[in-house]
Write a protein that binds this ligand. Structure first.
Ligand SMILES: *[C@@H]1O[C@H](CO)[C@@H](O)[C@H](O)[C@H]1NC(C)=O
Ligand SMILES: *[C@@H]1O[C@H](CO)[C@@H](O)[C@H](O)[C@H]1NC(C)=O
Ligand SMILES: *[C@@H]1O[C@H](CO)[C@@H](O)[C@H](O)[C@H]1NC(C)=O
Ligand SMILES: *[C@@H]1O[C@H](CO)[C@@H](O)[C@H](O)[C@H]1NC(C)=O
Ligand SMILES: *[C@@H]1O[C@H](CO)[C@@H](O)[C@H](O)[C@H]1NC(C)=O
Length: 482
């Protein structure tokens, strides 16, 4: 089980970092970004053990760190990046930043600096560009524990800890379980992810948002004439959490082909709702089940990256001056970790993952020359991957299927049909799945078809949340074989 191996000095290295940076690590324990925890704590590079390292990779990554540092200096609105080594850096808020969010559990205010492992972050986020992030039947079929255990975890109120009765579990999932991936990597060029922050009311981004190939919104976000100037009117995808199920019927009224993606678990309220709306509904794949699924914003970005080349974010509270999280359509919610969130989103922008749009950046509009370009990101990714494999003592496994732990084969009979089962309600039978479920693949944009061919028809899924090295890979017939 190679992925359980760690470089021996890795734990002592992160231990000593933990001592020096005790405060960030404390905050990190309480963080809503489990990703951040992952990136910080699983630093795979041990500074004092560089003898077997490939100097070329270290040089590439060091050069990349400098670009990230410059990017943060230019775009970070006061944030600065301090390089520790070719993988690790610390993002610091300016001295005197007012840290007003109090963590009652640890009795501290939010820290003003955050340590990140850029190598891990770039591996993780580049991986999303090739992933399927919607739960499918082929995924459950491929996982050895797929139907018995994993499926049960995605159904609340099942009344059992496992799917001992598979028929019962299928009844819960059938309505929302496509046979193959309904969406594809590179399906869209530009996507807008619209958060719900109150700062959306400060700038009229509506038209700009609507100019995207697909728009992803969250939960109960209203889309109507009243807010059109600020958030636009285009409705394509919506990521929803449990609590949102009840209000969804009213929200989806008049938007029959907007795709709903349930973030964490399905349950009675969702099932009742799904029977009453014609919209396509799916379940998100890739949440971290053990820690619960927090951070809708981060999941929306994962979803977007799995379909889009460029991900523009609007209405995320990422810029200075927030003391609580506001919403554009209702009273503020009690906020949490504004500084930590801001630092991480800034890092993501400088890793080329997202583009941040906010009232404070109106001047920077459409100028991304400060951000490392795709070629730099690709070579940094390749270097980080080689370095990681060489440190884990893995010689092979560097190809595109190097992280496939479980393999499955799609049922060739399903080719051509993605969603829909025989026991759907009449309303669901008329769902307009065809808006985005592009079958045959010939209808996809060229980049997506090229990717499909490059991947030899294999779809990649996460086994569990943020782990890099344990993918579920399902092979589909390429067109020529079909
Ligand atoms: C920091 O924020 C708190 C709460 O918003 C405020 O009462 C305080 O005056 C602020 N301090 C500074 C130095 O801005
Ligand atoms: C993603 O797919 C592209 C081909 O479209 C490939 O070149 C790249 O290496 C892949 N990246 C990862 C992280 O798997
Ligand atoms: C399994 O669930 C189905 C559907 O709810 C039900 O009809 C059937 O009786 C159950 N089987 C057992 C053995 O409990
Ligand atoms: C949907 O909207 C229409 C007109 O805007 C309204 O007449 C109807 O009652 C609404 N339906 C629901 C379920 O809210
Ligand atoms: C379904 O969506 C497609 C693409 O948006 C559209 O062309 C078609 O008219 C829609 N069909 C129905 C029945 O709404």
């Amino acid at each position: 089980m190679r992925h359980h191996h760690r470089a021996p000095s890795s734990s002592s290295s992160s231990g000593s970092n933990g001592g020096r940076l005790a405060v960030p690590h404390l905050a990190c324990a309480a963080a809503f970004l489990c990703l951040f925890v992952f990136a910080t704590q699983s630093s795979f590079f041990a500074g004092d053990q560089s003898s077997d390292l490939d100097g070329r990779e270290v040089r590439v990554l060091s050069g990349f760190q400098s670009s990230v540092q410059q990017c943060v200096a230019k775009r970070g609105l006061g944030l600065s990046a301090h390089i520790i080594d070719h993988c690790n850096l610390v993002l610091k808020f300016p001295k005197g930043t007012n840290s007003t969010w109090y963590n009652a559990q640890f009795k501290i205010f939010e820290p003003l600096e955050y340590k990140y492992d850029v190598c891990e972050a770039i591996l993780l986020w580049e991986q999303y560009r090739n992933m399927t992030t919607v739960l499918t039947r082929e995924y459950l079929d491929a996982r050895p524990d797929g139907w018995l255990e994993y499926a049960a975890k995605r159904i609340a109120q099942l009344g059992a800890d496992k799917c001992y009765n598979r028929t019962l579990c299928e009844e819960h999932l059938n309505m929302i379980l496509p046979s193959n991936p309904p969406f594809h990597p590179r399906q869209f060029h530009r996507c807008a992810v619209v958060g719900n922050s109150g700062d959306l009311l400060k700038t009229e981004f509506g038209e700009e948002i609507d100019s995207h190939d697909a728009v992803i919104r969250e939960n109960e976000a209203p889309v109507n004439e009243k807010y059109a100037k600020y958030v636009g009117m285009k409705r394509d995808f919506r990521l929803v959490v449990r609590g949102g199920a009840r209000n969804m019927i009213a929200i989806m009224n008049g938007s029959d082909d907007e795709v709903l993606i349930i973030k964490s678990v399905t349950h009675r309220d969702f099932n009742a709702m799904i029977k009453k709306v014609p919209n396509p509904v799916y379940l998100f794949q890739g949440i971290v089940l053990r820690r619960g699924a927090k951070g809708t914003g981060m999941k929306s970005i994962e979803l977007a990256l799995s379909m889009c080349d460029i991900v523009d974010i609007y209405g995320f509270t990422v810029d200075p001056g927030y003391t609580e999280w506001t919403r554009y359509f209702s009273e503020p919610k009690k906020g949490h970790n504004p500084l930590q969130g801001r630092a991480y989103y800034q890092l993501l922008e400088c890793l080329g993952v997202i583009r941040i749009h906010s009232p404070m950046r109106a001047k920077m509009k459409q100028d991304w020359s400060d951000v490392p370009n795709r070629d730099m990101i690709r070579s940094a990714h390749a270097a980080a991957l080689r370095l990681k494999k060489s440190q884990a003592g893995q010689s092979g496994g560097q190809g595109q299927f190097g992280s496939c732990k479980v393999w499955g084969k799609a049922d060739p009979k399903n080719n051509g049909r993605v969603s829909g089962s025989s026991d759907m309600s009449d309303l669901r039978k008329y769902s307009n799945y065809s808006k985005w479920e592009l079958m045959p693949l010939e209808k996809l944009r060229k980049e997506a078809r090229d990717h499909f061919i490059h991947m030899e028809g294999v779809s990649l899924y996460k086994m569990d949340g943020n782990k890099l090295d344990d993918l579920v890979c399902v092979r589909h017939a390429l067109r020529s074989e079909a």
